[in-house]
Write a protein that binds this ligand. Structure first.
Ligand code: NOJ
Length: 556
């Protein structure tokens, strides 16, 4: 083990089951070296902020060397830090500072594809067809007389064809951008190298991993390849050539053995966009141990939908032996304060509605910013009262809205460039955070931030919110403080509210959450509000529960 391992012996191996994990998108968090891109020193300096916020762990999106063709999910070297954002020494200092503050560290790992600048891929391009170097990736002969056409007509997830020619009649597969060639998980060197990477970061004190595109790593590309495979579609069962194949779990069993070499075992959470009933397989203890549940994130702010999602996911968590995860926002979706402020479309998920609004240029007359923010606060208290772990995305604690007004020449997301007119991309939730209302780049950087910050960010700045007891930031702080005191079990009991727009549940320790999903005040049964009042998402006088509000009580 590396000298820098800082794993106190008394760590509860189950720390992750109900942890609040704060996602940091490093390049947009805090820039200390003044190049307009957030860095690891910036994260270290903000550890007191994270501690005061009260999170249990920080998850870092990729910070590895990268040309940023996909925001860092195109990794040149899995065992180093991007010089644009720091060094391995900076990483060690950051890890130690987080640990000293009692905050665990989770890092993103991107095993489905490397970048096209990875030394393996460069070697593959310089090696002949059929070579060992090409076998680490997925090369196939093209069709047509001289291989001038792609092996299949597959369209990549980001749009455009999923194969790229290399000039000798062969093509390589990239289910995302061309700069992200897919690795071949039937190759033993790929297996060995990723185990080395897991140990490299675990030895450096990393507590867990977020596994990118976990559901895409095992592929069945036996010839002839099916021409009808739709890469954008989630299959119902495990017979798709790429997504959610049963064999993928063999990889994770192998990884689990590595993760269990450590004390406490390193955790892992799968990013697996699969059919709900197939999710427990990723979360079982012989595999990664936990899987993201994106159901709330796709849902409207609606009592019935929220209730069904919670009930189903608690059941699935029991099935896998894991705890449920809850996510309202992340770096891939429209921020939930914005999604909840848009008109409802019964045919579409909440996320689709947000994406279409962005594509239309973010018309202000369609967005009710105040309602969205109010619902977001209510949804957050609802989420934080649930059993399981909550994954928060940087900036949601400030109540940030999505940034819609980014000009085309400032956009970075490959989905924008690869699907013109269809998908505006994800830059709007990745705009650097506002720390100070009056500072340069709102305290993010001394230089021009890599994505433009709108003028209205000033009113969301952390320093203003810090001083305002009613701010969203202070609501999150209060909620997380209370949560540590209350989070003692993983059960939930639904309570009768007499109104189908109001949900109430109690945890066995007496913690009660009541959420009014309606836009109007509702009188709630007295017995529900008995006990000690703890917190409300907006001022609450105890008589009627205002619309779009959550409130917490503690009963005996
Ligand atoms: C999922 C990540 O969350 C996303 O940001 C990325 O573009 C794709 N995987 C490809 O790595």
């Amino acid at each position: 083990m590396n000298d820098s391992v800082q794993t106190p012996l008394n760590i509860d191996p189950d720390w992750w089951r109900q942890a609040v994990v704060y996602q940091i998108y490093p390049r947009s968090f805090s820039d200390q070296d003044g190049n307009g891109i957030g860095d690891l020193v910036g994260i270290t300096l903000k550890v007191p902020y994270l501690k005061e916020l009260g999170v249990d762990a920080a998850w870092l999106s990729p910070f590895y060397p990268s040309a940023l063709a996909d925001g860092g999910y195109d990794v040149d070297d899995y065992r180093d830090v991007d010089p644009k954002i720091g060094t391995l020494e900076d990483f060690d200092v950051m890890a130690k500072t987080l640990h000293d503050a009692g905050i665990k560290l989770i890092v993103d790992i991107v095993p489905n594809h490397s970048s096209d600048r990875h030394e393996w891929f460069i070697e593959a391009l310089n090696s002949p067809k059929g070579s060992a170097a090409r076998d680490r990736y997925i090369f196939r002969d093209g069709t047509g007389t001289n291989g001038e056409n792609p092996p299949t007509d597959w369209v990549s997830v980001f749009g455009g064809r999923a194969w790229e020619p290399v000039g000798d009649g062969q093509w390589y597969l990239h289910i995302f951008a061309p700069e992200q060639p897919d690795l071949n998980w039937e190759n033993s060197e790929v297996h060995e190298d990723f185990k080395k990477t897991l140990r490299f970061w675990s030895d450096r004190g990393v507590d867990g991993f977020r596994v990118d595109v976990a559901h895409g790593m095992a592929k069945d590309l036996t010839e002839p390849l099916p021409s009808e495979a739709q890469l954008q579609e989630i299959p119902k069962e495990g017979n798709h050539p790429i997504w959610d194949r049963d064999e993928v779990h063999n990889i994770f069993e192998e990884w689990r053995e590595v993760l269990n070499e450590y004390a406490p075992p390193r955790t892992a959470v799968a990013e697996a966009w699969v059919e709900t009933h197939r999710r427990p397989a990723y979360a079982r203890s012989t595999g990664l141990g936990q899987a993201f549940n994106f159901d709330l994130l796709s849902s409207r702010f609606n009592a019935q939908e929220f209730r069904d999602i919670v009930a189903l996911n608690l059941e699935l968590a029991k099935k896998s032996g894991s705890s449920s995860t809850w996510v309202l926002s992340n770096h891939d979706v429209v921020r939930h304060a914005t999604r909840y402020g848009l008109p409802i479309d019964a045919e579409k998920t909440n996320e689709q509605v947000g994406r279409e609004w962005l594509l239309a240029g973010g018309p202000e007359d369609q967005l009710d910013r105040e309602l969205g923010a109010r619902r977001a606060r209510a949804a957050t208290l609802f989420e934080l009262a649930l059993p399981g772990s909550a994954y928060l995305y940087q900036g949601e604690e400030l109540g940030l809205h999505e940034v819609a007004d980014i000009s085309d020449d400032q956009r970075q997301d490959p989905t924008f460039f690869r699907s013109p007119g269809i998908n505006i991309g994800r830059d709007g939730c990745r705009v650097p955070l506002p720390w100070e209302a009056l500072g340069d780049a709102f305290g993010f950087s001394d230089a021009k931030p890599h994505l433009p910050q709108p003028h209205w960010f000033a009113q969301y700045a952390a320093d203003i919110q810090d001083a305002d007891p009613t701010s969203t930031l202070n609501l999150y702080r209060a909620a997380l403080r209370l949560r540590t005191e209350l989070q003692t079990d993983e059960e939930l009991e639904w309570l009768e509210t007499g109104n189908d727009k109001v949900l109430a549940f109690r945890r066995p320790n007496g913690w009660v959450n009541i959420t009014n999903f309606a836009t109007f005040d509702v009188k709630i049964p007295e017995e529900l509000t008995e006990g000690e009042f703890l917190l409300a998402s907006v001022p609450f006088d105890g008589e009627k529960l205002p619309g779009s509000t959550s409130v917490w009580f503690k009963q005996d």
